[in-house]
Design a protein. Structure first.
Length: 68
């Protein structure tokens, strides 16, 4: 599956790289919300996808913190 491959890739990343991805995903979510509010967004499903990706990244960061 696409999701399981994405999670495997995230688990191989360092915490610093994960934090960078988290910041980028949050910026993307902000931009998507802004586009949605101004009726410029065509694919509204992308908002849900980005939110889930943010949750996945945060979960893996938490797991790595508990390991250390």
């Amino acid at each position: 599956m696409k999701t399981s491959n994405y999670v495997k890739e995230l688990r191989e990343e360092s915490v610093a790289a994960l934090n960078e991805q988290l910041v980028a995903a949050k910026k993307e979510l902000f931009n998507l919300r802004f586009q949605n509010a101004t009726n410029q967004l065509d694919n509204t499903g992308r908002i849900k996808e980005v939110r889930k990706n943010i949750a996945r990244i945060q979960t893996i960061i938490t797991e790595k913190a508990k390991e250390a």
